[in-house]
Design a protein around this ligand. Sequence first.
Ligand SMILES: [Zn+2]
Length: 692
Amino acid sequence: MRSTMKSLAVLLFVACAGMAFTQTPSNAPGTRGDVQTFSPIPGLDKSLMDATANPCVDFYQYACGNWSKRHPIPSDAPYSDQFYNLDQYNRQVLHGILEKAAAGDASRDANTRKIGDYYASCMDEGAVQQKGLAPLQPELDRINGLTSKEQLPELLAHYQLINVNAFLGFGSQQDFKDATRTIAVAAQSGLGLPEKDYYFRTGAKDEEIRKQYVQHVANILKLLGESETQAASDASAIMKLETALAKVSLDVTSQRDPNKIYHMMPIKGLQALTPTFNWERFYSTAGSPAFTEINVAEPEFFKGMNQEIAETDLPAIMAYLRWQLVSSIAGSILPKALDEEEFDFYERKLVGTPEQEVRWKRCVRSTDRALPEALGKAYVDEQFPAASKEKAVRMIHDIEGAMDRDIDLLDWMSAATKTRAKEKLHLIANKVGYPDKWRDYSKLEIVRGDAFGNNLRAVEFESRRQLAKIGKPVDRGEWITSTPTVNAFYNPSMNDINFPAGVLQPAFFDATQPDALNYGHIGLFMGHEITHGFDDQGRQFDGHGNLEDWWAKEDSDKFNQKAQCIVDEYAQFSVGDTKLNGKLTLGENTADNGGMRLAYMAFLARAAQDGIDLNKKSADGYTPIQQLFLGFAQDWCSEWRPELERLIATTDPHSPDRFRANGVLVNTPEFGKAFGCKAGQPMMSVKACRVW
Ligand SMILES: [Zn+2]
């Protein structure tokens, strides 16, 4: 249910284009229920624009002012935006593929049978309901069988395999300082609220959320059979335990700093931090390959966790484990009452979604998570033309060319650092569309009619695949996301950019629409991901993906000064009563600003090469440069429920959409010129920020 907010940032240290929330929305819709109203159409969408707005006063309003009228938030979603619409469209395509796969007979190939049976089992709501708590019982028995805290390592190792968010995270990661190898990592985890600060922030809204949370935990325990009084007392003990864990956890802003989540030590070092927790038994139950060193992402957390386990009595720990067990398991495979209760807190109260989406949408999502490359291959075969890949790759080369020229033109960077920057730029790998080699699922057993078992086996299959990497060389061809995903990524350890087939569609991209729109829409994402390699976080890694300082001291100082301008600019924006966190959003804002500039430069070069007349208005009434800026701004057309807006403003490294559009354009004098804006108008900054 709440995989949207798992906090193992270190296990997937990547930056993306859309808000992190869109990566794995556990919930999302059409207009209501089964009604699908969106299909991707290429070209400038003038129906989204508010022609009465002045582009020089509020360009977001001008480009997106009619969004809410055209695409109101559906009753089963927390927001509506371009990512969301495209995701809905993709889910409809996947729905067709899965219905066909589920209906097929014995002649189906192995992967078609697996995705079809997984989906069909998930869709069988009657069977899930009829089984009730029975599938969960063996897991509850494991907790009931605890007689001493000394048995926790075995249980928590098992929880790592089935992805239960209790106390800690354990897995593998690419070594920050030696990108050729995969190492073991232990990281903080175990919170039920989205982030550390949710346990401590003062104010009526936060106090209300904490109260609702404790009530929710109690409701879940009651549904597992506890009495009213017992559930209330357990819920308050759980809140106390989680608050203590939150206290020793690292905050979201610090988690963006690779040096703050990298502490390599011999395994006896971790053992010394947690004297009462037997790691040998933990590793052996998890079945990880042998290793001698581990990255303890947050040493202070493990010290605190050890103390907290010592100070909490066993019944309270058992209640906490029961709670985290149920809450970590996908809602659709649990009995309706538990599913509804989880929805009520995490979706209705926390992000404001009034109702649960229909089952097929949830089961499509769940199959995509369980068998990403089996379903992803079927998706690509049906949905992704070769021409799209060719065109996208050519655009990326144009954007890389623009970055190369941009580095040459910088007046603040020394020649030596420029050489290193270019070296890094030329080493960026481009992953476009789909992986060259698809993952093998032959060892994953999918049983028709066993929704619960299928889910747990798929989760465990993936956990074991990740653990088996420890000590092995890094596979640079691996993909971190499924191909229908509507997002784009930069991974600093791989130094690669990722554009899955799912995002390479209108409105973001279309091989047949005017180049100006493609460069404004997806060209911005391409520039954004490449700039991530050079933002406050990415710049700390070299071209091979190693955490290594390649900057001359004075260049580094100048970078920080320029970045501070962005920090200050975005810290002035607010949603409701919540101010943006300029430091948390610095990397994304830097990538947005740099990305826009690169898309603009790349388009000018492409226009010169292809003979595009920049002064000639199209049939839509705009010049190519105006189209470029409209395409850019329309990437961010959206409407959010206030609850989601608040969650994003406090936890997500991306700024809310309105600021992603206007915040960049006030820094871009070329925009003001294209729309004839005058000095003194709101979209014309007196103090434009620029890093790249
Ligand atoms: Zn990003």
